[in-house]
Design a protein around this ligand. Structure first.
Ligand code: HEM
Length: 328
């Protein structure tokens, strides 16, 4: 985990309980360094070890400690200029929440080895919404609650009540469901109507295929109907096959099923081919074109990684087709 979160914890303890308490805690936790570099990656268990020791030494509950650490983070990151990033994430709290996933996606430019959390909004009303938080890490539920409440207060001047509805573990992913209650008058039926309008933009298939040479069109049965010209060069046999047999969905952390991706039009999706697409004899030029990373999802630089979003379309007279639009 990046030092940004560890340094936030250290600074929170120093500012709230004093330097001496922090020294006590880190020594008792067997941690050598007194502070952490924001962009350095530290062992995954370090923050949990420190947090446990802090709760013990300070005599406070996990809930209170992690929540307050989350609250502190919002002010803490302003020293790195991130307050400006946070303040332009959306006009309303609902826009901010809808953009949280993309914020962490964008932050990967600065923190390339990040194992980012994923946030998805659902069941929106004028009184609030349901927020799904998914992560490969455990122990950050109250931290996330503190952060979100503080963002609402600090940037949107809104009091927010967050209820923890469910916490489930699905393989290696924690899925947490929150009910957020706040003044969400920004949500109107008009905004829904607009989204629906956008889904039916009268763009011809040929134009779309020209703009997005890596696009994939598939139906509710997940079978690929057509693909962009550039993708055709790399995966000529993809058409007519199930997209789920050829690609793994890396982000967001949801099941790769038609129903689950249906309303996620504001999320960046990341797909990685199950098989390598570059073989030993591939030319350097092709290698360069498909410069891909070796992230912690177990893929190598020989797999094709696509980033983009899904949208409904009326291509070729059929409804409910989806496409991925960009290559990363
Ligand atoms: C611009 C401000 C922000 C920055 C720079 C930032 C950066 C980071 C970084 C570097 C990590 C560690 C990931 C890793 O080391 O693998 C992280 C984790 C996390 N971030 Fe942010 N973040 C920001 C805003 C937010 C906001 C507003 C939320 C609101 C909920 C949030 C929620 C989380 C959570 C819950 C985790 C932790 C653990 C996990 O689930 O894996 N972050 N963030």
């Amino acid at each position: 985990m990046y030092g940004l979160l560890l340094e936030n914890m250290a600074e929170y303890i120093r500012q709230t309980y004093g330097e001496e308490r922090w020294e006590d805690i880190r020594r008792q936790a067997g941690v050598e360094q007194p502070s952490f570099s924001v962009h350095q990656v530290y062992p995954e268990n370090l923050i949990t070890r420190l947090a446990k020791k802090a709760q013990e030494v300070l005599g406070i509950s996990e809930r209170e400690f992690m929540d307050q650490m989350g609250v502190y983070f919002v002010g803490f990151v302003s020293q790195y200029g991130y307050d400006r990033v946070l303040s332009v994430l959306g006009r309303h709290m609902r826009d901010f929440l809808n953009g949280l996933d993309n914020l962490h996606e964008y932050l990967k430019f600065s923190y390339p080895r990040m194992r980012a959390p994923s946030f998805i909004c659902e069941n929106e009303t004028r009184q609030g919404l349901t927020l799904h938080y998914r992560s490969k890490r455990r122990g950050f539920v109250y931290y996330a609650m503190g952060q979100i409440r503080e963002v609402a207060r600090h940037f949107y001047h809104k009091e927010m009540r967050i209820e923890l509805l469910r916490e489930e573990l699905l393989f290696d992913t924690v899925h947490v469901t929150f009910q957020l209650t706040f003044d969400n008058r920004a949500f109107t039926l008009a905004s829904l109507a607009m989204t629906r309008e956008e889904k039916h933009l009268p763009i011809s298939a040929s134009v779309l295929f020209e703009i997005f040479p890596f696009c994939i069109v598939f139906g509710s049965d997940m079978v690929v109907r057509s693909i962009g010209n550039s993708l055709m060069v790399i995966l000529p046999d993809l058409v007519g096959k199930k997209i789920t047999n050829w690609f793994d969905l890396v982000r967001p952390l949801i099941a790769f099923k038609f129903q689950t991706i249906l309303n996620r039009t504001n999320n960046i999706f990341e797909l990685v081919t199950v098989e390598a697409v570059i073989h030993e004899k591939a030319s350097d030029k092709r290698n360069e074109l498909l410069r891909l990373s070796d992230e912690s999802d177990g893929t190598t630089d020989k797999n094709l990684r696509l980033k983009g979003s899904f949208m409904t379309s009326q291509l070729q007279g059929h409804s409910n087709k989806y496409l991925s639009e960009t290559l990363y």
